[in-house]
Design a protein around this ligand. Sequence first.
Ligand SMILES: *[C@@H]1O[C@H](CO)[C@@H](O)[C@H](O)[C@H]1NC(C)=O
Ligand SMILES: *[C@@H]1O[C@H](CO)[C@@H](O)[C@H](O)[C@H]1NC(C)=O
Ligand SMILES: *[C@@H]1O[C@H](CO)[C@@H](O)[C@H](O)[C@H]1NC(C)=O
Ligand SMILES: *[C@@H]1O[C@H](CO)[C@@H](O)[C@H](O)[C@H]1NC(C)=O
Ligand SMILES: *[C@@H]1O[C@H](CO)[C@@H](O)[C@H](O)[C@H]1NC(C)=O
Ligand SMILES: *[C@@H]1O[C@H](CO)[C@@H](O)[C@H](O)[C@H]1NC(C)=O
Length: 433
Amino acid sequence: MNPIWWKTVTALALLCILAQQFGDRDWPHRFHRKHFIHHQEPIEYNYIYSKPSKLTNWEYEWERDRNNHGLSSEQCDAAFPKLYDEVNRAVVHWKDRNISSASIELYDGNEAGVRVLFKDQQLRVVQTRGMFRTDFRMRILAVLHQLHRAITSVEGIDEPLEDTEATIVVDDYPNFPRDGRELATWSFTRASDNDEHAGVWLIPDFNFWSVPPAAGTYQEMQAKARKHDGLIAGKEQKLVWRGVDWTNPGVRGALLNATLYEPWADVKKMTWNNSTDKIALDDFCRFAYVVNTEGRSWSSRLTHLLNCDSVPVLHNLAWVAHYYHLLDPEVNYVPVNRNFSDLGEKMRFYLDHPHVAQGIADSARTTFRERYTTPAATACYWRRLLRSWSSVAFKPEGYEFVGHGKSHKEQRIGGITFEEFLLHNSSMDYPYE
Ligand SMILES: *[C@@H]1O[C@H](CO)[C@@H](O)[C@H](O)[C@H]1NC(C)=O
Ligand SMILES: *[C@@H]1O[C@H](CO)[C@@H](O)[C@H](O)[C@H]1NC(C)=O
Ligand SMILES: *[C@@H]1O[C@H](CO)[C@@H](O)[C@H](O)[C@H]1NC(C)=O
Ligand SMILES: *[C@@H]1O[C@H](CO)[C@@H](O)[C@H](O)[C@H]1NC(C)=O
Ligand SMILES: *[C@@H]1O[C@H](CO)[C@@H](O)[C@H](O)[C@H]1NC(C)=O
Ligand SMILES: *[C@@H]1O[C@H](CO)[C@@H](O)[C@H](O)[C@H]1NC(C)=O
């Protein structure tokens, strides 16, 4: 070989090493990464994961960090200190109980869901139900993608996740068996006054991935909503709502009744066959007041309404989603009775006091859109959930036996990889029969 060739190769290699050593301007970050690469012994997690902050000079800035799915655990703690109440609540509920393989059965009473296994940092699909139905399939895929992204985005910068197994129900609410068994289910929502729901682990819903059927990614939705930003006094001085009433006639019917003929209301009932009065999600942000109503259970619409810099108006809620503990009456939303009997009075007050309304809108915007409902926060929540869950749940063996006859049985890792599941066939339920 030509010596000049060798010299060139050697020089290039040296340059690469130098670039690796000194090219990274972010020294603390680089140290952090190295530290974990060499840290081989098993890591013990407390049941509520938290450790002293090693961050110096890092502060969350929403404009820079809001779409960063890969914040480290320390950054997540620093940026979203109040995000994890629901995870901690579930840990307290389960720490003296046993989450066994039987506790995560995909129970028949639920129409749609997915059982997942994490093995060696790989997301695997063990079982699905409901893939044949478009709406359920979208929910399952949205949840799996969120999980996958939350894990892969911190590979190499954060502690590895322990192997674990869990079941996610994607129906509007989870159902439980009547035989006294308590299942440990992950779900989008729980009813706060239902004891059966005490053991539910709340997860970010499918809207945090993308909005069905075709409104774009969640990041795009937030960006579209921001285009309507402005002072409350400059927005349309009305309360806006669109929806069907049959999903919850008690609440939604009461809203329709309370706003009939009111000059401050732009509230209309929709039917599936007539979309004349339809409003695109981001167009709600043109209005100064946006009202949320529960349907069959929680209303995933609320997350989008909080993407506006408008004043959220909420009736007393019976259902909880993963970030609802951050809703603060008269601080970041206007509370009204579930029967809307006090809606008119409250509307007249805030319409007469736009500076008070502005304070509520500002607080809602900085709490939710700019912090706790950002993609960055959602990824942090998923990782915290996984770590906390695996600290109280059984350790999966992660293997299953396949093949026919005693002598031919072979041991293999359970389920199939997420990648294979997507490509092979995600329109039918796994295991394929
Ligand atoms: C949990 O399981 C272990 C081992 O199977 C058992 O010894 C323990 O009593 C169980 N605890 C509860 C609260 O059921
Ligand atoms: C709304 O008003 C209609 C007509 O008066 C009444 O029948 C219905 O019960 C009301 N709905 C609610 C939820 O109050
Ligand atoms: C639309 O559906 C409603 C019931 O939801 C029905 O009363 C109405 O006649 C339908 N209109 C059209 C144009 O199909
Ligand atoms: C659809 O709703 C609008 C507004 O309520 C109404 O004017 C129109 O006649 C309806 N169209 C049909 C086909 O029912
Ligand atoms: C509406 O709800 C409030 C608060 O729960 C209650 O005091 C009031 O009696 C209700 N009004 C009607 C008309 O049901
Ligand atoms: C995928 O699913 C469809 C039905 O949903 C089925 O007809 C087809 O055979 C499946 N393909 C594979 C590769 O399993």
